[in-house]
Design a protein around this ligand. Structure first.
Ligand code: DGY
Length: 381
């Protein structure tokens, strides 16, 4: 591998771990060094190709931490197994870039980093929602280009979301955190579409509704819909928080976009391919009152032609999880996954991963997706 891009930490470590991008904070590195790992880190900012990762794995590699920009499938898992590897951790909660069954076939444990992105990502969905509703991107461009000649009653009229209807597609952890922020903070009524009901959230919002009523205010509600179409037709703002798989790829196609209100807002902080981006460009071109706010794109880092020119679209470069706390937490969890598997520790089962961020982390792997298939024992308190 080209020496200039890679730095080695703890060169005398007995186990060899490659990390395909440098990670924030220092604790993750301590976790790996304490597990007697020599850690080789790619310090470049360019995504690595498959061939570059294969060459970094080389003929001896015990584990790897990789990025969502890399396709971890048959070839890389075969290479990792061939080099004596046992574990791979994504530096992400999403794992649509990983072929987990291929990893299982090669006996490679696969980790991800749930729990530390929840509020951070939900906050970004809120930020994007209001950036779209209140046209902050357009207004800033206008101001910076010297066009502002003074306050006007009609300048950049936006959309008030207070007490409007919110549609959430995918009511997992991030969707629920976003729902709370919008229902409790902005009194929005929530409709959601998910394979599974979320009774805890429904109860919480119902209890908040009772509280509001007892103070003479209109209550808010939270209801699961059976058909996505109902949500699309009713919601003033739709936020996407689903995983990307075959059932959600292009879930938002031109037909479903056409069901949404003329002046609705569509927010996506999940994965780009959930939206047919070319169809969205066409939709936003034809409906200037419609707004979209995107953190993720169908073919990252490329944008579909025309998207960047649309004034009614807010775009940011996949930064929804980008707070120092979250990104350091993700690094700790990824390093925890790799070191724990190499040390033969069991797998943590609870969705609460906060003990791993605290001072006395359990001797367990925080999140191994194929622990059951690989017969990795479950951690017992
Ligand atoms: C993830 O972890 O899946 C996120 O997309 C990173 O921001």
């Amino acid at each position: 591998m080209p020496p200039s891009k890679w730095k080695t930490c703890n060169p005398e470590g007995k186990r060899r771990v490659i990390v395909t991008k440098d990670l924030p904070g220092s604790r993750w590195l301590k976790i790996l060094t304490r597990a007697d790992c020599r850690v080789e880190i790619d310090t470049s900012t360019e995504p690595l190709s498959l061939a570059e990762i294969q060459s970094a794995i080389g003929d001896r590699c015990d584990g790897a931490i990789g990025q969502l920009t890399e396709k971890w499938g048959e070839e890389l898992f075969a290479a990792l197994q061939g080099a004596g590897g046992h574990v791979y951790s994504n530096y992400a909660v999403g794992f649509n870039n990983i072929d987990v069954s291929a990893a299982t076939r090669y006996g490679i444990a696969v980790g991800n980093t749930p729990g530390v992105l929840t509020e951070t990502t939900a906050e970004m969905a809120v930020a994007l929602t209001f950036a779209a509703a209140r046209r902050t991107g357009e207004a800033e461009r206008f101001l910076r280009s010297g066009k502002y000649n003074g306050w006007l009653p009609t300048l950049f009229l936006g959309k008030l979301l207070w007490r409007k209807t919110l549609g959430i597609v995918g009511m997992g952890r991030i969707g629920s955190a976003y729902a709370r922020m919008m229902a409790e903070g902005h009194r929005m009524n929530v409709l959601y579409f998910d394979l599974y009901p979320n009774p805890m959230l429904e109860e919480e919002i119902a209890a908040f509704g009772i509280f509001l009523k007892s103070h003479g205010e209109e209550p808010v509600s939270c209801r699961r819909v059976k058909h996505l179409e109902e949500l699309l037709q009713t919601a003033d703002c739709v936020s996407i928080h689903t995983v990307l798989d075959d059932s959600t790829r292009h879930l938002f196609n031109s037909h479903r976009l056409s069901l949404m209100k003329e002046n609705a807002i569509l927010v996506n902080t999940s994965r780009g391919p959930v939206i047919d981006e070319a169809a969205l460009v066409d939709h936003c071109r034809r409906r200037s009152e419609f707004r979209a706010a995107l953190d993720v794109f169908e073919e990252e880092p490329r944008l579909k032609p025309g998207l960047a020119e649309l004034e009614n679209v807010v775009i940011v470069p996949h930064i929804a999880s980008a707070t120092g706390w979250t990104r350091e937490g993700m690094a700790i969890l990824a390093a925890g996954n790799v070191s724990a598997v190499l040390l033969g520790y069991p797998a943590w089962k609870s969705p609460d991963i906060s003990p791993f961020i605290g001072d006395l982390p359990p001797r367990a792997a925080p999140s191994i997706l194929n622990a059951g298939e690989l017969n990795i024992p479950v951690y017992k308190q």
